[in-house]
Design a protein around this ligand. Structure first.
Ligand code: ASP
Length: 325
């Protein structure tokens, strides 16, 4: 075994004009989360506890699209989704349609640990959360001013937005003041892109785990379920690796991206980075996405087929990297 390793992401698909200040904020948050994970790993916390801890931190910060700051449904509400998987024993838990649980990732963990099931959604999941005594808040807690502005824009453009986040300030002028190559229904889009979050970890004992959490897509239909809560699509961890995906959920589901990384390692005996490159190239038809992965040998890898992905990683031998493009 090659020691512990950790990777985090804050979403794939980035505005080429992303302002320096926003890039700085994203990098700071990713670095903070990596450091939380690193100290937990140094204190010998198991991989499954580390991914939960790190994703909780990401959910609590409004910068990315998970927990507070989640993307809004067409009705202006928040319906969050999350999943977690422990490669040690291949146990998993997932939630969808969460509107009042402060940290959906911890509810997914409780479903894994304390329920007879793997996946609960909507009122049943909220009911289970109450029984378990997890921290609950009003739906308004998750709704930020930026996202209200984004939803307005998405509605005006009559579109569902993937990874595009426009700040409320300057919204009216952004069409003329920001030069963006991306257009939706003729509307220039300024992409302030932090999106879905995820964390993958291999601990010092070679146990892999993965966790993913999201608000989904801006202006999504209520009831829409993406890849993030789906084990095998957005999240997977087994004996060999842990994987968390981000990007266009419908394309990730069709490509079963997370499980396929593990499958080509198992059945084609590819190395971690080779497996990631293979899956991004072969399994992503007509869609964009990215993913982060760790192997039980202490390696980290990532890949994406769009212009960028907010990400960071660190390994036990002292390597640390945070990047966007
Ligand atoms: N994959 C997420 C979804 O489709 C969105 C994202 O990763 O940004 O819900």
């Amino acid at each position: 075994m090659g020691g512990w390793a950790i990777a985090v992401h804050g979403g794939a698909g980035v505005d080429p004009n992303l302002p320096a200040e926003r890039q700085k904020q994203a990098k700071e948050l990713l670095t903070r989360c990596l450091n939380i994970g690193i100290s937990a790993l140094r204190s010998s916390l198991p991989a499954i506890d580390v991914v939960e801890l790190v994703v909780r931190e990401l959910e609590s910060d409004p910068l990315f699209n998970s927990g507070r700051g989640s993307a809004l449904t067409a009705n202006g509400t928040v319906e969050m989704e999350a999943s977690i998987m422990d490669g040690d024993g291949r146990r998993c838990g997932a939630v969808s349609g969460i509107s009042t649980v402060k940290n959906p990732i911890s509810l997914a963990r409780l479903i894994m640990d304390k329920s007879p099931h793997s996946y609960l959604g909507f009122s049943g999941a909220e009911e289970f959360a109450k029984q378990q005594g997890v921290e609950m808040v009003d739906n308004e807690y998750f709704i930020t001013e930026d996202n209200v502005g984004m939803l307005k824009l998405a509605k005006e453009a009559n579109t569902i937005l993937f990874d595009y986040r426009i700040p409320l300030t300057g919204l009216d002028s952004c069409a003329s003041s920001v030069e963006s190559p991306i257009r939706m229904n003729g509307l220039p889009i300024s992409v302030y892109a932090p999106e879905t979050v995820g964390c993958v970890v291999v601990d010092g004992q070679g146990r892999c785990a993965a966790a993913t959490s999201t608000g989904g897509l801006m202006n999504k239909m209520t009831g829409r379920i993406g890849d993030s809560p789906l084990i095998g699509a957005g999240t997977y961890a087994g004996e060999l690796c842990g994987v968390s995906c981000t990007g266009e959920g419908e394309a990730i589901i069709r490509g079963t991206l997370a499980r396929d990384v593990a499958a080509v390692m198992e059945y084609k005996e590819l190395g971690l980075q080779e497996a990631v490159d293979f899956v991004i190239k072969k399994r992503l038809d007509k869609g964009f996405a990215g993913l982060i992965a760790v192997s039980n040998k202490g390696e980290v890898a990532y890949g994406f087929n769009c212009n960028g992905m907010f990400r960071g990683c660190a390994t036990e031998d002292g390597f640390m990297d945070v990047g966007i493009w």
